[in-house]
Design a protein around this ligand. Structure first.
Ligand code: F0G
Length: 464
């Protein structure tokens, strides 16, 4: 009889399986991406999502405190004593009327899911606790990732807090914000900086992990995506189990969107939700592979029979033109998203759309989000900038209920925030001006005054 939990090729035409404890994270037959698959008939599933409310009364139990593991019945890939938690997932999902006004939605229709409250300051911890749990099942002692900064910060904090594995991170040269780099250094992972960008680093870390038998925690690891499903479960929880019409999420390596769609597909198939929300993935125009392929080239999932030759042709074109990803939203500065086929499937499952927004709009959206009371990093604000565009286009109606995922904390990248609000032209130009952003809409300039009481009082009254 088949195992209750196993890994399975995402391509329906292949469908080869691998054991739960396999660590290649690739289909043993065709080399494609794999899912964590469950025989749901043989695992106990709650009759209703309201079941999870009972966990709230028992928050002294670390697994019920965790915003990931309190939903463990929906990611039942390991026995309970193996679960790794450092208290991840204590996040907020709240209405944001000021931001709703900015994007053109009616009051009460926009909610922001704020993942900056995780232990390492980004959504990555949802997946890292699940990857560590799987790694423990495999007996791994070392873990590695390539990163634009947040995965490495998360890996570092889980290594330090649990002492279960030693961490090794691969980063591109000059491609990581200081907030994130400082986390990796502070928590003590071995940091390998290579000449190249994230795509180069990811290729290398996959080679190195295979050769040295190091456990890989990039989002090609399907166990990470199991943990990230709970971001959507917490959204539903905050909405009292009502479904939003749309979930809008920034796209980098396309792990989140793949994970969210899997969550909704499973809930739907288990009869726990009556329909699925639509998904919108937002890129920066400086790193917009999925937008180009899905919206411009018309690439579709087609039950796994997607046009792989078109993807190759697109990458050949990128290489031939020497175009490198280039965006101020450094977390999503990625040209070769590893989860692209899963993201295509996500679009099919959840009737999705993809958009790309310019950096200037991302930064303006970020300032509006900040003025509304939640601090996020640029990549996160792509979701709100993209939503604004979709409302303008009439794809999203002002009455629809929308959740934007804010993936990382504002302190991850203070340099960009300061450059946005600065009065110092040199500071502005060094970050924004040199990328062709001549001015910004919502700068909150500091007022420079002499050290003089009257001048200080005058400055305060003028700005009141
Ligand atoms: N937002 C933030 C803050 C991120 O750090 C990332 C990815 C994304 C969005 C994109 O998510 O890959 O699931 O589409 N950061 C990775 C990293 C690549 O290395 O930290 P995705």
């Amino acid at each position: 009889m088949r195992d209750v939990v196993y890994q399975k090729c995402i391509h329906p035409g292949c469908g080869a399986t691998a054991e739960l404890t396999a660590t290649a994270f690739a289909c043993p037959r065709c080399g494609g991406l794999v899912d964590v698959a469950y025989d749901w008939d043989r695992v106990p599933v709650p009759a209703s999502l309201r079941h999870f409310e009972t966990k709230w009364a028992d928050r002294f139990h670390p697994l019920n405190f965790s915003g990931v593991w309190r939903f463990r019945e929906l990611l039942p890939f390991a026995p309970e004593p193996s679960f790794v938690t450092i208290g991840e997932g204590q996040t907020l999902c709240q209405p944001a009327d000021a931001v709703a006004r900015y994007v053109g939605l009616h009051p009460g229709r926009l909610w922001l899911q704020y993942e900056g409250m995780n232990p390492s300051g980004s959504f990555k911890d949802n997946g890292m606790c699940a990857a560590f749990t799987h790694a423990r099942l495999t007996g791994a002692t070392r873990a590695a990732c390539a990163s634009t900064g947040n995965t490495s910060a998360s890996l570092a904090i889980y290594c330090a807090a649990t002492q279960l594995m030693r961490g090794i991170i691969f980063i591109g040269s000059g491609k990581i914000s200081y907030g994130k780099l400082s986390q990796a250094l502070e928590h003590g992972v071995r940091t390998i900086q290579i000449h190249g960008d994230f795509d180069d680093a990811l290729r290398r870390v996959r080679e190195v992990s295979r050769q040295l038998g190091i456990y890989l925690v990039n989002s090609v690891n399907p166990f990470r995506l199991e943990g990230q499903k709970t971001i959507m479960l917490r959204v539903l929880e905050a909405l009292r189990w009502q479904l939003p019409d749309w979930v809008v999420v920034p796209g980098g390596n396309l792990g989140n969107v793949s994970s969210f769609a899997k969550a909704f597909q499973e809930l739907f198939e288990l009869g726990l939700i009556p329909r699925k929300p639509r998904l919108a993935v937002i890129h920066s125009t400086g790193a917009d592979t999925f937008f180009q392929l899905y919206e411009k080239w018309g690439l579709r999932w087609r039950q796994g029979q997607y046009d792989a030759a078109a993807i190759d042709a697109y990458y050949r074109e990128l290489d031939a033109s020497g175009r490198k990803p280039d965006t101020l939203a450094s977390a999503i500065e990625i040209h070769r998203p590893v989860n692209l086929p899963k993201a295509l499937r996500a679009m099919a499952w959840c009737h999705g759309v993809v958009r790309a927004v310019p950096d200037a709009e991302i930064l303006d959206a970020k300032a509006r989000i900040g003025a509304g009371g939640l601090g996020c990093e640029p990549a996160s604000a792509a979701s709100v900038a993209g939503l604004r565009q979709l409302v303008r286009e009439g794809v999203i109606h002002p009455e629809e209920q929308v959740v934007c995922v804010l993936t990382g904390h504002v302190l991850k990248d203070p340099d960009e925030t300061v450059a946005y609000h600065t009065t110092d032209r040199a500071v502005f130009d060094a970050k924004l001006g040199r990328r062709g952003i001549p001015s910004v809409a919502f700068a909150n300039h500091a007022v420079v005054v002499p050290n003089d009481l009257d001048a200080i009082i005058h400055a305060i009254e003028q700005n009141a």
